[in-house]
Design a protein around this ligand. Structure first.
Ligand SMILES: [Zn+2]
Length: 95
């Protein structure tokens, strides 16, 4: 059962990674406004923000894309689950 769950987590991890690289499944393309400026109360695309600090056209600082964190958390959670699953099966802790 744990082996099956580990394989399932591996599949989820692959899907999330593929989505991250292609940006295709959920239309998470670069044209989607993702940089939020609290001062303007607007979202900007990566083409509208400028510089390493991602300032908006009115020189306010914007917050980082929020679509990124959950993806990282998902990958971390799946990777941790897979590794712990493999370790437990390999050591005979769980059959
Ligand atoms: Zn602004």
């Amino acid at each position: 059962m744990l082996t099956g769950a580990t394989i399932g987590a591996a599949i989820v991890l692959l899907v999330v990674l593929c989505e991250g690289f292609s940006g295709f499944l959920w239309q998470d393309t670069d044209a989607v406004p993702r940089f939020y400026c609290p001062t303007c109360d607007l979202r900007y695309t990566k083409f509208e923000v400028s510089g390493l600090t991602r300032v908006c056209p009115y020189r306010h600082s914007t917050t980082m894309p929020d679509g990124f964190q959950w993806k990282t958390a998902m990958v971390t959670a799946c990777a941790t689950f897979i590794v712990s699953g493999i370790v437990m099966v390999a050591t005979g802790f769980v059959r």
